[in-house]
Write a protein that binds this ligand. Structure first.
Ligand SMILES: Cc1cc2nc3c(=O)[nH]c(=O)nc-3n(C[C@H](O)[C@H](O)[C@H](O)COP(=O)(O)OP(=O)(O)OC[C@H]3O[C@@H](n4cnc5c(N)ncnc54)[C@H](O)[C@@H]3O)c2cc1C
Length: 478
């Protein structure tokens, strides 16, 4: 039997524009796909509960696609170095092909795999998870970037993000059957209770789902992206984030598709630029985590080490449940719980509420997002949280504190978003929807709302919370 080329899957769950898979196929050898569920050395990869739900379905979808070419998808658990060394030995594999990853744990993992496989079945790593290699980008002082705008200029100056392979790889199946674990036995899906109904309703994990999502966005969202992207009441953004995280759509492919849409007059230059710039924030977060691996646990701006965070388990639980008494924040937290996703504008407001209004450490929020988001991504999540907390690179200044009422009035002007996720307030008129505690008693009664019974009174009052947050921040300056 001909020895296979191993394609080691690392959240690049797609066949299109996949450099590692194309290289494996180009050897002419049969391809054996291997996914290793980490055992200890890379717990971050397993992700939170929502990510595990996605992972299950994404692996199942990929396995189905590969079956058409008789390419087996082998599932194993354990340290990747040991697992891959065993499979390489058992099958006589000459080379292991994989996508390069950039998270601290993933870099440790690829070093361990490379060392273990050494000369016998060398590991070959390929780009494609990002458009621009984080190590290659440096500012004028030859340092990594900490400010987005010059970072993005350097990316754009670096030129086209790279080749896109439109055609499917020419795959040869592998008839050997090294033992695989069963996906069902990994228990990635929730049971007792099965809380994933909302996820099933909203998402189709896998490459086909990713491409359909892109097509939908191209037809209905891209051209208005620069105008609507801050509006949680409209379907104004792509919702590609989980597909990008799991590599079900290639970032270079997506970039090329946006450029083609602009060229073909399917969207304006303003819309295309705005969308490409958001993809730039994904690159920037990865760049930051690559150069400052401590970002996951420590503030990038050191003075924040001394920040006087509070501990308040009840307030944290109210925030997680979407019961803060601020309708926009609660709508976001409930959207997250139900669908595994939250609109970016609302992520900013809800996160700001946790760290500034409640003065709870951003790591509590980061952990909750990591567990509940289907797009939970180490780099984007910690960079997002540190940006909101003011402790990160190029962050929003701490003293700029979102007023959740004004944010709601501005970005959910007709209240569609709040009414959808906080239905107990649905009958309140727009005037009071974002601040029900200010509504006259007869208005509340007519809408069937008794504060404290049907919907919580605000956990904190905005002006007092703002003063408290500014006073806490002031202690850093002293
Ligand atoms: C506190 C906080 C936590 C966040 N945690 C995550 C996370 O765990 N995973 C995640 O993918 N994004 C995270 N984000 C960034 C952003 O909210 C999401 O990427 C975006 O809402 C995804 O929706 P979309 O695909 O419709 O985005 P679109 O607006 O359609 O943007 C397209 C793509 O660009 C990237 N992108 C857009 N905005 C950002 C951004 N601000 N930072 C980094 N990448 C961006 C994403 O990959 C996104 O899919 C976080 C933001 C905040 C404020």
């Amino acid at each position: 039997m001909t020895a296979p080329a191993i394609w080691w899957l690392r959240n690049d769950f797609r066949l299109t524009d996949n450099s590692a898979l194309h290289a494996a196929a180009a050897t002419g050898a049969p391809v054996l796909a291997v996914f290793v569920l980490p055992g200890g050395e890379a717990d971050d990869q397993a992700g939170g509960a929502a990510s595990r739900w996605w992972l299950h379905h994404s692996l199942a979808a990929l396995s189905d696609r590969l079956a058409k070419w008789s390419v087996p998808l082998l599932l194993r658990r354990g340290p990747a170095a040991d697992v891959l060394a065993d499979i390489a030995r058992d099958t006589g594999t000459a080379t292991v092909f994989a996508a390069r990853r950039y998270e601290p744990w993933a870099r440790r993992q690829q070093r361990a795999v490379r060392a273990r496989l050494a000369e016998e079945a060398p590991l070959q790593l390929y780009g494609g998870r990002l458009m621009f290699e984080p190590a290659a980008l440096r500012n004028r002082s030859d340092q990594p970037f900490q400010v987005f705008t010059p970072f993005w200029k350097a990316c754009l100056a670096a030129g086209d993000p790279g080749p896109v392979r439109e055609s499917l790889p020419d795959l040869r199946g592998f008839s050997g059957r090294p033992g695989s674990e069963r996906l069902e036995d990994w228990l990635l899906l929730p049971r007792q209770p099965d809380w994933a109904g909302g996820l099933r309703e909203h998402w189709q994990p896998g490459e086909t789902g990713a491409l359909e999502r892109w097509q939908e966005f191209l037809a209905e969202g891209l051209d208005g992206y620069h105008l609507n992207r801050d509006r949680p009441d409209l379907a104004g953004t792509s919702r590609l984030s989980p597909h990008l995280h799991f590599g079900e759509i290639g970032i270079r492919w997506l970039w090329a598709a946006v450029c083609a849409a602009e060229r073909d007059g399917l969207c304006s230059a303003a819309a295309a630029d705005c969308f490409r710039r958001e993809l730039g924030w994904r690159e920037f977060s990865a760049h930051l985590l690559y150069h400052w691996p401590e970002l996951t646990t420590q503030p990038l701006r050191r003075e924040f080490m001394e920040f006087p965070w509070r501990e308040d388990a009840d307030a944290l639980a109210a925030w997680q449940r979407g019961a803060t008494g601020y309708p926009l924040v609660d709508a976001g937290m409930r959207e997250l719980w139900h669908t595994g996703w939250m609109h970016n504008r609302v992520r900013m407001v809800a996160a700001s509420f946790l760290v500034k209004h409640l003065l709870l450490h951003w790591q509590h929020g980061e952990a909750w997002f990591r567990d509940t988001l289907v797009d939970a991504d180490l780099a984007n999540n910690v960079a997002g949280w540190q940006w909101v907390a003011g402790s990160g690179a190029d962050a929003a200044p701490f003293f700029r504190i979102f007023n959740p009422v004004l944010q709601g009035q501005k970005f959910d002007p007709d209240g569609h978003y709040v009414r959808r996720w906080v239905p107990e307030l649905a009958r309140l008129p727009d005037r009071w929807l974002q601040e029900p505690w200010s509504a006259p008693a007869e208005v509340l009664a007519a809408a069937g709302v008794l504060l404290g019974r049907d919907y919580p009174a605000p956990l904190v009052e905005h002006p007092a919370a703002r003063e408290r947050a500014l006073a806490a921040f002031e202690t850093l300056r002293r």
